[in-house]
Design a protein. Sequence first.
Length: 390
Amino acid sequence: MSQEFFSDHTVYLDQAATSRPKAAGVGEAMRFYIEEVCANVNRSTYTPATDAAIHVLETREKLCALFGFSDPTHVILTPGQTVSLNMVIKGLLRPGDHALVSSVEHNGVMRPLTQLLDHGVSFDRIPMHDDDTLDLDAARKLIRPNTKLMILTHASNVSGTVLPIADAGELCREHGIFLAVDAAQSAGHIPIDLSSMHVDALCVPSHKGLRGPAGIGAMLLSPALAKALDPLITGGTGSDSHTEVQPDYMPDRFESGTPNLPGVYGLHAALCELEREGLAWRQSQEEALLKRFLRGLDTIVGIRIIGTRDLARKIGVVSIDCTTVKDNAEVADRLATEFGILTRCGLHCAPNTHKTYGTFPQGTVRFSFNSSNTEKEIDLALEALKRILH
Ligand SMILES: Cc1ncc(COP(=O)(O)O)c(C=O)c1O
């Protein structure tokens, strides 16, 4: 069964796509569920079922603790980030409604919204200033009487730029607009404290910064949004079984069907590991690598770094446009085949982000790292780039 996909010399710098390696204990926890627990939740009371129920509850509680959120019943476990975003967008917006988004959203946001254009929903994009900050004055002017939702990526998956979600939350509060935050690239990398911000939906995947498995995510909902949102998926919840009407209490309102329990065990283990290491430690490690990488890039001719260089509002995602080569894809390909350095090239499911940064349609080479990467790996990537571009 075992096959060597990665050699000792492989340098994985594609953490924005999915984390590698997963947090310590994730694989073992998933194996434990599949081979030893193997029971459903919310339906039975024998011991393995109770163990599963405890893991589900503790996972909600750990997410609350991580994100400064007070109510575990409003932590909805979902099949992943794209599903969470669809649940918010399609569960809320109705014909005649208007939404605002940043100009640097992932297609996880843009495709559901674009799909709704055919159903009488409209949206506008909030521009970025030249210094790669979100233009909140423009956002204010774009608000209409029918604006119901603002959706912002917390950190761009192309440039790593962090958007000011606390300020956006204030603007939304003033105007009675729901704010949904796509924290795909920030959760597990930088602090997010919902107790100090007005955010109605925080969507987080398990498999990126939290270093859990794919196929599970979470949506932390404010009471107001939970009420306003129609459940996209309805069905059996193990509760209120006497009626064919979906329960309206939380979290059952949004959690129908048997959940991804191996995923819950894996995410639970990943959150335990994050608690052990500490978010502050992970953040400082990642920032040190980012600083080292940016400093190194400055010594190489023929590279344009996309987006801000301000470390206070940038995560470990760095996109470069290689100005002296015909095709950025060739650089990524040579990094992988000649040096074993794995990055991601192209448009990163975010065409308008590249239009915003002037890198459409050629795309960029994206390096993304987290605290499991090392200074040596950063240096190897820099040395390889030097050799390719010399
Ligand atoms: C900013 C952002 N939003 C949404 C997604 C979609 O996440 P997933 O593919 O895990 O559903 C991604 C994935 O890269 C992302 O970077």
